[in-house]
Design a protein around this ligand. Structure first.
Ligand code: ARG
Ligand code: ZN
Length: 882
């Protein structure tokens, strides 16, 4: 047992490997309880290295034999300690044979080779390959792979690995084999194999160059009626990357495989993407509009990795955002282009920013805050974060904002021209952007090295005599762990000015040519003033249009200014933003009131009138109206408070929703009627937008919790012909006192018992219902369908409660925290990665009132003091308590 603290790995300690691996040949004899793996690798000394040792990594492996150039290595010829295998050697060329024995059926970590529902799968990113064999398991070591799979013919009729199928055949004795070869050199984290009883939908398409490619989506039997959307999304992704970036699929065969037990969303293994079923399976009966959108995005994401991640990969794991931030940006752009309309793009942008604010801003302000390119980590799995992914995508987006679409494309082209086939750093990407455009992006580097969400405070002065309008921007950035003082960032601030009619003014920024409506100010100093000339009247500024930088922008808008922007801004993002600012203001005031005993909450007619205009504005897309009528979440409000009071926030938000429901009831009923989508279900953006607005109306009306509302929800629940409408109605019932609530929940379960992804929804909506307390969650855990071992199921109930039901989770008696500690500890023994995610739920504990703080601290300590805790969870709770 390891009792010492696990070591911290530093970026500054990077050294190149002493050996390159050129080729890898592997043979797998697949047996759930004892899989034999024979690996032969040829290695070549790295001439630049002085290290006289070949270093390989291995975890939880039974080592059978090592042969060096054909000769068995005795135990004295190497050192094996703490998962590191050291072989002293300086030979130029080496052939190494390693035989290992694995127990995939006992692998509950879902890293390396594991069994799910009787089939074999792998997950090797980041450091899972070392659970298959000893290997220089680091992304800068790239080799070509040839993989032989052998297994029982009946149990494992399908045998898949990366690249091309070279040969297959019978072995007699009921077993068969398949030989795969991947012509592209790759790091070990992109290795994959799949074996089992699976079926596929396939299609052959012609690529832009005229080459043909075979596309397959593999699923368990019985799920072939749920693969069409993933296939369509894959084809659209291929087309989009050809069009937008001139990047073509480089393989003859591209496979997607769905698995029900998976730690994350999906994995971009070369030619053999492995997906959580949640991001593959869809039909109208089981998937919501949001699911359809997520599937499109994740299929795109993994496909786009083929260039941004696989052809050009990361030198080390500190560069993770090089591939993840860039690939998220690419999938965001892909999804936006798939909607196609300007307003659809804006809604997608708003959605993405909502995720950033809901999850990344709190991360960046908490104990796990880290730069987009971290300087250190204990467990790399803990750094697959919203900062690496979503903030990383914002950083990439800023290049496009600064350089324009064409300039960004030039940078991408140069990046591939320079680095195809290489393992590189974030700095190489920045250099390509800079060199391709002749732009100095030196200061831009701070987006990679400094953590924390910058704060930009704007002030304005209008000079009526000289007709000038000056905008002063002042930036700062809060301290984050290990980074006390920050240097100024290079921040693109897109700005427009509205005249009194609500139209965009022509903008004449001093020293620059006149532009039509939006100008990107480049804030580089701590404080800078930008002067606009020929400004005929005092404008209302529209700041940070389209959310041009991941910052908190503050400006002293009056309520009237915000209502004006809500009604007129040509920038749809800022129209939405103005409404959010107004609503957040009300919510913060109501929360303050709710904290005083005996205080009475009061309504605000001005806000409801502004929202009424938006709700009824037929010129606006239903999808936009829906997103605009959605109040800032409890988490977003919490982040804006000095001391978080979850119950007061909940009470305030509920009150505001109820008063809006009262004030706008007739309008909501009208919207509900006007946005029906009769006929066959289609997940297209226009139909999805209508359903979203209709279901938003239903959720507001349901806040009134009266008989009429109950009937409405019950009717929709009973009559729904698609999951979007059904689950929206069931959610409304679950949050109500409707007499039919329990029966509706029971009926839903009965109807969808056989669909694990729908059962997840059933757990999740109950976990987040406002009356669900810890006792109710414990009771749900007793349900036969619940299991801690399946990550999706654990997330659907436990994570949904701890992260999605703040007022109950933060119950004043601390019962939520005790429950959390228990579940983190139980999960840690099964699956450290999933446990460490749950461990993040108390990240912000220092922001709560002292009475809650002490209970959270006690729960964190209880976890920290648990024996045999994984380094994953140890790192998270350790940093929280630090
Ligand atoms: N590269 C994968 C994806 O984005 C994520 C895999 C991470 N897996 C893990 N076990 N940490 O797209
Ligand atoms: Zn990714």
């Amino acid at each position: 047992m390891r009792t010492d603290t696990p070591p911290t790995i530093y970026r500054k300690d990077y050294t190149p490997p002493s050996y390159w691996v050129r080729t890898v040949e592997m043979g797998f004899d697949l047996e759930p309880s004892a899989t034999r793996v024979a690996t032969r690798m040829t290695l070549e000394r790295n001439q630049t290295s002085n290290d006289k040792v070949l270093t390989l990594y291995g975890e939880e492996l039974q080592l059978v034999q090592i042969r060096l150039n054909g000769k068995v290595l005795g135990t004295k010829a190497y050192q094996l300690k703490d998962g590191v295998l050291r072989i002293p050697t300086t030979a130029e060329q080496i052939t190494l044979d390693i035989e290992t024995l694995l127990q995939p059926d006992r692998n509950t970590s879902l890293m390396g080779l594991y069994v799910s529902n009787g089939n074999f799968f792998t997950q090797c990113e980041a450091e899972g390959f070392r659970k298959i064999t000893y290997f220089p398991d680091r992304p800068d070591v790239m080799a070509t792979y040839k993989v032989m799979l052998r297994g029982d013919k009946k149990k494992y009729p399908v045998l898949l690995s990366n690249g091309n199928l070279i040969e297959q055949g019978d072995l007699g004795d009921g077993r068969h084999y398949a030989l795969w070869e991947d012509p592209f050199k790759k790091p070990s984290y992109l290795f994959a194999l799949v074996a089992g009883q699976l079926v596929c939908q396939e299609e052959t398409i012609k690529l832009k160059s005229g080459r043909e490619a075979l596309l397959q989506v593999w699923v368990e039997e019985g799920n072939l009626d749920k693969t069409q959307h993933a296939m369509d999304s894959l084809i659209n992704s291929i087309r989009w990357d050809e069009e937008r970036f001139g990047l073509e699929l480089d393989l003859d065969r591209f496979m997607i495989v769905a698995v029900g037990d998976f730690n994350m969303g999906a994995m971009e293994n070369k030619g053999l993407n492995i997906f959580n079923t949640k991001f593959v399976l869809a039909n109208p009966r089981i998937a919501t509009d949001v699911d359809y959108g997520n599937i499109e995005a994740v299929v795109g994401h993994e496909y786009f990795h083929n260039w941004t991640g696989n052809r050009v990969t990361c030198r080390d794991w500190f560069q993770l955002s090089l591939k993840e931030g860039l690939t998220v940006f690419r999938d965001q752009e892909f999804s936006a282009d798939m909607i196609g309309t300007d307003s659809g793009r804006a809604v997608k942008r708003i959605d993405d920013v909502r995720v950033l604010r809901q999850a990344q801003f709190p991360e960046d302000a908490g104990p796990m805050a880290h730069p987009v390119r971290p300087d250190s980590f204990v467990e790399i799995s803990n750094f697959y974060t919203v900062t690496i992914y979503e903030k990383g995508a914002e950083v990439v987006r800023m290049y496009q904002t600064l350089l324009g679409r064409d300039g960004f494309r030039k940078g991408m082209d140069l990046y591939f021209e320079r680095h195809d086939g290489q393992a590189v750093e974030c700095d190489d990407f920045r250099a390509a952007m800079s060199d391709a455009n002749g732009r100095d992006l030196t200061q831009f580097e701070r987006w990679y090295s400094q953590a924390g969400t910058p704060r930009v405070v704007a002030t304005t002065v209008y000079d009526a005599v000289h007709k000038t309008y000056a905008i002063t921007l002042k930036q700062s950035c809060p301290a984050t762990p290990g980074q006390k003082n920050k240097l100024p960032f290079h921040i693109p601030v897109a700005v427009g000015l509205l005249d009194s009619n609500g139209n965009d003014m022509q903008l004449h920024l001093r020293g620059f040519p006149q532009v039509q409506s939006t100008v990107v100010l480049e804030l580089m100093e701590e404080q800078q003033t930008f002067v606009f000339e020929d400004v005929s009247e005092e404008p209302v500024p529209s700041l940070l249009r389209d959310f041009s930088a991941p910052v908190n922008l503050e400006y002293d808008y009056s309520d009237a200014d915000l209502a004006f922007l809500m009604a007129h801004d040509s920038d749809a993002f800022n129209r939405w933003e103005a409404g959010q600012r107004l609503a957040a203001r009300r919510l913060l005031a109501l929360t303050a009131t709710a904290q005083q005993s005996g205080a009475v909450l009061t309504t605000d007619p001005a806000l409801s009138e502004s929202l009424r205009l938006t709700l009824n504005d037929a010129a606006l897309d239903p999808a936009f109206r829906e997103i605009a009528l959605n109040l800032p979440s409890e988490t977003v409000i919490a982040e804006q408070m000095d001391v978080i009071n979850p119950q007061a926030i909940h009470q305030a938000r509920r009150f505001l929703r109820q008063s809006l429901a009262q004030a706008l009831r007739a309008d909501f009923i009208e919207a509900y009627k006007a946005n029906q989508t009769p006929g066959d279900y289609s997940p297209d953006a226009a139909s999805a937008g209508k359903r979203a607005l209709k279901n938003l109306a239903l959720s507001y009306i349901s806040e009134l919790d009266d008989a009429a509302a109950h009937v409405m929800a019950q009717t929709q629940c009973d009559g729904a012909d698609n999951m979007t409408d059904r689950v929206a109605a069931l959610g409304a019932l679950a949050n109500s006192t409707a007499p039919g609530k329990e029966a509706a929940l029971a009926q839903f379960y009965q109807d969808f018992e056989a669909e694990p992804l729908v059962v997840d929804k059933w757990f999740s909506l109950q976990a987040m219902a406002r009356t669900t307390d810890v006792a109710a969650v414990r009771k749900l855990m007793q349900h036969p369908a619940f299991s801690l071992k399946n990550p999706n199921r654990a997330r659907s109930l436990i994570f949904s409660f701890c992260n999605g039901n703040p007022s109950q989770f933060h119950a004043s008696d601390g019962s939520g925290y005790a429950f959390w500690a228990e579940q983190v500890i139980a999960l840690d023994a099964i699956n450290p990665q999933v446990a460490a995610r749950l461990a993040r739920s108390l990240d912000r504990w220092r922001k709560y009132a002292p009475s809650l703080q002490s209970k959270m601290q006690a729960a964190l300590k209880r976890v920290a003091q648990t024996a045999k805790l994984s380094k994953d969870t140890k790192e998270v709770v350790g940093k929280s308590l630090a």
